[in-house]
Design a protein around this ligand. Structure first.
Ligand code: PGA
Length: 258
């Protein structure tokens, strides 16, 4: 069985419907993303979610939401439920991004509720974890990241773990003020995660993607790390050519098709 290498992007709070349609048109026609060694995905804002799902429905590219509430419905003004995310046609839901933890007070316990709700609704949670610069400076990077993982995954069955994706995204590496992690730094944490995380019911390690200032120059070194199961990209993939360029370079350094 070929385990594909994940390459995807969150658009964060960017793109109108027209911009989203232009982006999807390029992805839809990209032969590269039909390569079984790759699994592409796009995570648009809610306003474009159903349009993007529709535009990519007959392509292998998966689509995700950037967040959701854990309840099916209710008096939660401004929130979006797992049922609504499913109804749009999404496969993935990104949970616990550091911007949500930092700017919207999202806690590990809330993320755990969302992870369980996502799995119950047949969605694939993409759980973002990462240490802050302060935690790293204090020698607590692995403790912080593993704590986030343990709480997010609490109560998830071995069978459900098969649908879980983790993204290791050091907070200090994210965004325009971030410092890209070196392959050594990323590799070190990915090995800690490989040792500590539970395996799936099939005995497979959980796929852990790397994110944080991934760009066309550093993507090959990151993709070459055996424990890195994919790349989760922000700014460098906000144009479809950027995503495709990184996907192409990642493919070059990954093992040939089994
Ligand atoms: P960036 O964003 O690639 O722009 O640093 C990554 C992320 O927030 O997932």
């Amino acid at each position: 069985m070929t385990i594909p290498f994940w390459v995807g992007t969150s658009w964060k709070m960017n793109k109108t419907l027209g911009e989203a349609a232009d982006y999807c048109a390029v992805l839809h026609d990209a032969e590269l993303l039909r390569d079984p060694r790759l699994q592409g995905f796009v995570i648009p804002p809610f306003t474009a979610l159903s349009e993007v799902c529709r535009a990519l429905a007959d392509s292998p590219v998966m689509v995700g939401a950037q967040n959701m509430h854990w309840a099916d419905a209710g008096a939660y003004t401004g929130e979006v439920s797992p049922l609504m995310v499913r109804d749009c046609g999404a496969d993935i839901v990104e949970l616990g991004h550091s911007e949500r933890r930092e700017s919207f007070n999202e806690t590990d316990v809330a993320i755990n509720r969302k992870v369980k709700a996502a799995l119950a609704k047949g969605l694939r949670p993409l759980i973002c974890v990462g240490e802050t610069a302060e935690e790293r400076a204090l020698g607590a990077a692995a403790d912080s990241v593993l704590r986030q993982c343990r709480i997010a995954l609490g109560g998830v069955s071995a069978e459900d773990l098969e649908r879980v994706l983790i993204a290791y995204e050091p907070v200090w590496a994210i965004g325009e003020h971030g410092t890209p992690a070196t392959a050594e730094d990323a590799g070190w944490m990915h090995r800690r995660l490989r040792e500590a995380l539970p395996t799936t019911g099939q005995g497979e390690p959980l796929p852990v993607l790397y994110g944080g200032s991934v760009n066309p120059d550093n993507c090959a070194a990151l993709a070459a790390l055996p424990e890195v199961a994919g790349l989760f990209i922000g700014r460098s993939a906000w144009r479809p050519e950027g995503l495709l360029r990184i996907a192409e370079r990642a493919l070059e350094v990954r093992r040939p098709l089994a």
